[in-house]
Design a protein around this ligand. Structure first.
Ligand SMILES: [Zn+2]
Length: 352
């Protein structure tokens, strides 16, 4: 238990239920901490990863201790998978039976083989296989794809192999042993075409994968920003109190509003400032759009700083411009490639 965060440890060991309820009702500004086990509710854990090219655990993870087994949310990269399995093994002997890939990206699914080696089965929405067939061309017999790119920069990927999920659902997949219930569902197109969220109705906890992040981590290239706003609306209807994001700290229901507001305002500003302009003219407005978004305190943390490692803003603008006009900001190709490379580095080339 040494790595359980202070709040989680206190919650587990010392606090009365009433005091714990009070803490849950009034969460601290940053309830989770990178690399620390975070007890969200009895038997339910969150683990914040680090978006960096060198980190073992890049995406956020969750795990739920059921009566007879452990369900893990997201497989992470192979090194992250090993780290998470080690942390679970230190707290329980229950077998790790399932690893849910919330989507096909490498930082959420490339650890599948490690989970399989330890006896678990990778689970996902059936659309994840379609996404993998589209993108993981090397695995399916085509040209090298994102896995092979990631293997160039990550030794853990190089030493492992791609293992697509083998238990697939459409509609809904429910884990329920009477004590705990996890409803895995696909709410619509968002970060990809096959995102899963995991809803724990008893505790009102929602694991969002990358449908909702908490910081400048939105990669929009494989999804649809317009539909994403609607998918977040569907997520809000579940009535969650605790939101476990795909990247960045754990949060509360308002993070769904913040994520949605970022996309709404991005679309509004690109629509108002750029959509009626030709690509060359429109391109000159990107920094104006960025500055405008930065002024809104609710969403400023979603806007990457210009030139930083997290700066995928130009590619976000390009995607929205394409969605609104049907036209590619061709002149942006160089920036987009730079953004993809920056994002690929931090996500182990997963999105390349
Ligand atoms: Zn992703």
């Amino acid at each position: 238990m040494c790595e359980v965060s202070r709040r989680g440890f206190l919650g587990a060991a010392f606090l009365s239920l009433a005091a714990e309820a009070e803490l849950l009702a009034d969460p601290p500004a940053r309830p989770s901490e990178v690399g620390k086990i975070d007890l969200v509710a009895p038997d339910i854990y969150f683990h914040e990863g680090l978006v960096s090219d060198t980190a073992d655990a890049v995406c956020n993870n969750g795990w739920i201790l059921f009566e007879d087994y452990v369900l893990v949310i997201d497989a992470n990269f192979p090194a992250g998978a090993r780290q998470i399995i080690g942390k679970i093994r230190a707290m329980t002997d229950k077998p790790i039976r399932f690893a849910l890939d919330t989507h096909h990206h490498g930082d959420h699914a490339y650890g599948n083989a490690v989970f399989v080696e330890s006896g678990a089965v990778p689970v996902a929405h059936k659309g994840v296989i379609d996404e993998m067939k589209r993108h993981e061309t090397g695995f399916f017999g085509g040209q090298p794809g994102p896995w092979e790119e990631a293997a160039k920069v990550r030794a853990d990927v190089k030493a492992s192999h791609l293992k697509p999920p083998t238990v697939l659902y459409s509609g809904e997949l429910i884990f329920d042993d009477g004590k705990h219930r996890v409803e895995v569902m696909h709410l619509g197109v968002a970060h990809t075409h096959a995102d899963s969220v995991a809803w724990l109705p008893k505790e009102k906890i929602l694991f969002m994968g990358d449908v909702c992040v908490n910081g400048p981590y939105n990669f929009v290239g494989d999804g649809d920003v317009g539909q994403w706003i609607e998918t977040l609306e569907a997520a809000k209807k579940l009535g969650a109190q605790t939101i476990c994001t795909g990247h960045g700290p754990r949060s509360v229901s308002s993070v769904l509003d913040d994520q949605q507001a970022f996309f709404r305002e991005l679309r509004e500003r690109v629509g108002a400032v750029m959509a009626r302009k030709q690509p060359g003219e429109a391109r000159a407005q990107i920094e104006l759009v960025r500055a405008g978004l930065k002024e809104n305190k609710q969403i400023a943390r979603y806007v990457g700083d210009r030139g930083s490692a997290d700066d995928t803003f130009a590619s976000q603008v390009e995607k929205v411009y394409l969605e609104l006009t049907g036209v590619k900001l061709a002149e942006l190709r160089e920036e987009r490639n730079l953004a993809r490379q920056a994002h690929a580095r931090s996500h182990g080339a997963a999105h390349a």
